[in-house]
Design a binder for this molecule. Structure first.
Ligand SMILES: [Zn+2]
Length: 302
């Protein structure tokens, strides 16, 4: 899974320097600093479909500023603005119509380091948008530590960015068939592996066993962690696993799963080729879990 988007550990997060006084101000005064703009969940691209990183501009001080760390020794800062009202492309126009793209749209084609920077910026920005107030007293908190902490001016409590772990699992039975399911709300033919959030007090294996049991009524054992992937939509970390089914009868949880099926490799390839089955893109770890079972890349099929 070496090419799984958003998983490259190439950015030095430079955590110890975040809390230095005027850290962000110092970085913004340095033209060598690279700024990644976010407008809502979108960032401008160059014509070659890489991030349009740029030097700091005076009006960056009016945005939410997040110090992301150093890449090849160069400091990178995210400057985050709210998404413009629908139909209002003022800022895009001012940037000579540099196309903006969401992380979902471009994570698979960006250089790995840029996808990681974008994912870090988006995950952190999402947290700020969703956690503006102190969970203890309700006061509006202020951004400190270069964007990595929010502090309450009323009671002094400090609040840190959240990441919500979720398990995602390839369940395989003794006949080597893969379990795929269609969520309610997904179109006909779109199937994927099961996934669900961890609950407090739960282990990864415990969450896999519980989720598979709840969603399709199947018992599993031999849960193995395979790989993980940040998934900042808005704040997840996907923990990719495999598990062996000890039962095969499927009972779908009606408010979550529209249908679930066991696929042989031949059925999977055939239905994909015939268009009955829609393959997911290769952005998410779900595609890699399926490929691990299939023994073949999905983009080499049909
Ligand atoms: Zn407070």
């Amino acid at each position: 899974m070496h090419d799984l988007p958003m998983t490259a550990s190439v950015v030095d997060r430079d955590g110890p320097s975040r809390a230095e006084p005027v850290r962000i101000e110092t970085l913004l005064a340095d033209p060598a600093t690279r700024v990644i703009e976010l407008q809502g969940d979108r960032s401008p691209l160059r014509p070659d479909r890489t991030l349009a990183l740029r030097s700091p501009e005076p009006e960056d001080t009016e945005t939410l500023l997040l110090y992301l760390g150093r890449l090849d020794g160069i400091a990178h800062v995210a400057a985050c603005r709210p998404a413009p009202p629908k139909g209002d492309a003022t800022r895009e126009e001012r940037l000579d119509a540099a196309p903006f793209a969401s992380l979902r749209e471009v994570a698979g084609e960006l250089p790995q380091a840029q996808a990681t920077l974008f994912a870090t910026a988006l995950g952190l920005a999402n947290w700020h948008v969703r956690h503006p107030r102190c969970p203890r007293c309700g006061e509006r908190t202020e951004v400190v530590s270069s964007g990595w902490v929010r502090r309450c001016p009323q009671d002094g409590s400090e609040h840190y960015p959240r990441t919500d772990p979720a398990v995602i699992m390839a369940v395989i039975d003794d006949a080597d068939r893969l379990l795929l399911a269609r969520n309610i709300g997904w179109p006909e033919g779109r199937f994927s592996v099961l996934a669900g959030f961890l609950e407090p007090g739960e282990t990864i294996a415990g969450a896999v066993i519980r989720e598979v049991g709840e969603e399709v009524g199947v018992s599993v054992r031999d849960v193995r962690f395979v790989a993980d992937q940040p998934w900042p939509f808005p704040a997840s970390l996907m923990l990719g696993c495999t598990a062996r089914a000890t039962t095969t009868d499927l009972v779908c949880q009606p408010d979550e799963i529209a249908e679930a099926r066991w696929f042989t490799r031949e059925e999977f390839r055939h239905e994909l080729a015939e268009g009955y089955l829609r393959a997911a893109g290769r952005l998410s770890i779900s595609s890699r879990l399926i490929e691990g079972w299939l023994g073949q890349r999905l983009d080499e099929l049909g």
